[in-house]
Ligand binder design. Structure first.
Ligand code: SAH
Ligand code: SF4
Length: 359
């Protein structure tokens, strides 16, 4: 790995075209390079056989393509596969492949750790270690698609791994543009869901994006007081403001905003909470995804009994709200929501170490 080489995995097609041109090469080679790297999973210039020998030599002198490296993989009884990936600076992140849901889905990270500190989330316990670059976010998809033999097939992407995507706005959006490139994986934004805790200025920017993913808002509570206790950024971006932004969010035909709601036993799972949630969502094209807590050592909450989950869902359904209960996949390998924390990784932050001690 050389610091003086231009990192090709960080470049969108127009940037790559400009970089080639600046080095006296033809712009159209960008398409070929994208095809090799994203469609065929080949990052070694020497194996790019439709490029002339002379061009390959020039590429080797000026560019490199780095990829996250799979350091371990575990498979759940339900088919979910969790990958621990190592980055250039040896930090580790996790990404998950969830088959047949009904589509094939990759769940990827946008940060190492997360600064938001939600009380029920293991990633939150790590604190923010660093943002991921666009190349690292897109690279997770590239590496997982190759590892699961999915390069040729359509798949969905959910930004629901480690991190808060709107806290790393520019790199997240750039990653989506890289993945959307027609010469690469050509992932349609309709197949991408961005899940956020609701950072209002980020939502307002997102509303103006030409490449707009589906939106999922992590709500989890129905009063300002309770939401601030569970989701600390609510102090700065209160529930009322998030919902107002959602009301004005430009939605494509037939599309709706998903509201995620983690159910915590005896905390936010009462019938009154469900009724309040229904009232809050009135006038918003929405659907609700209930997520019974995935408990973990060090998380001071319990998963509610199934009767409470059903009761909560029924109250919403009675009020004509589309509601689904998220089946927890990969719990046996800690690949379920909020369970993404790298164990045994290098350079742990103090928060990470504390989280591990509490396991
Ligand atoms: N930071 C973003 C995306 C990553 S978290 C967000 O918060 O939306 C993805 C989803 O997993 C969120 O809805 C989050 O609330 C949920 N989650 C976090 N910890 C969980 C846990 N222990 N059990 C169940 N869901 C959890
Ligand atoms: Fe961060 Fe999302 Fe976890 Fe909250 S739930 S700490 S925003 S990753």
């Amino acid at each position: 790995m050389r610091g003086d080489l231009l990192e090709l995995s960080e470049l969108e097609t127009p940037e790559l075209e400009a970089a080639l041109e600046a080095r006296g090469a033809e712009r159209f080679h960008a398409r070929q390079l994208y095809r090799w790297i994203y469609k065929r999973g080949v990052t070694d210039f020497d194996r790019m056989t439709d490029l002339s020998k002379e061009l390959r030599v020039r590429l080797l002198a000026d560019f490199q393509v780095s990829s996250p490296v799979v350091v371990s993989e575990s498979q759940s009884v339900d088919g979910t596969r969790k990958f621990v990936l190592e980055l250039r600076d040896r930090r580790q992140i996790e990404a998950v492949f969830i088959p047949d849901t009904p589509a094939m889905t990759f769940c990827v990270s946008t940060q190492v750790g997360c600064a938001m500190g939600c009380g029920f989330c293991l990633t939150g316990k790590m604190g923010l270690v660093r943002h991921l670059t666009a190349g690292e976010i897109a690279g997770q998809i590239r590496v997982l698609a190759a590892a699961t033999s999915m390069l040729e097939y359509p798949f969905n992407i959910v930004l629901m791994g480690m991190g808060e995507p709107l806290h790393n706005y520019d790199q997240t959006m750039k990653a989506l543009r890289i993945l959307h490139s027609e010469h690469g994986l050509a992932v349609s934004p309709r197949r991408v869901t961005l899940s956020t805790v609701g950072i209002v200025p980020g939502l307002q920017r997102l509303a103006r994006e030409p490449l707009m993913p589906n939106l999922a808002i992590s709500l989890h509570a129905t009063t300002e007081e309770q939401r601030t206790a569970l989701v600390p950024p609510n102090r700065k971006y209160p529930l009322a403001e998030i919902l107002e932004t959602c009301r004005q969010f430009p939605l494509k035909k037939r599309s709706r905003i998903t509201f995620e709601y983690v159910l915590l036993d005896g905390v936010n799972d009462a019938p009154e909470d469900a009724r309040r949630l229904a009232r809050l969502l009135s006038g918003i094209k929405s659907k609700v995804n209930l997520i019974p807590l995935n408990p973990a050592p060090g998380i001071p909450f319990e998963r509610p009994p199934d009767e409470h989950v059903d009761r909560f869902a029924q109250i919403l359904a009675d009020r004509h709200i589309t509601v689904s209960v998220r089946k927890s996949r990969g719990r046996d390998i800690r690949a379920a929501c909020g369970q993404l924390i790298v164990e045994g990784g290098v350079k742990k932050s103090a928060a990470q170490q504390v989280a591990l001690l509490m396991k």
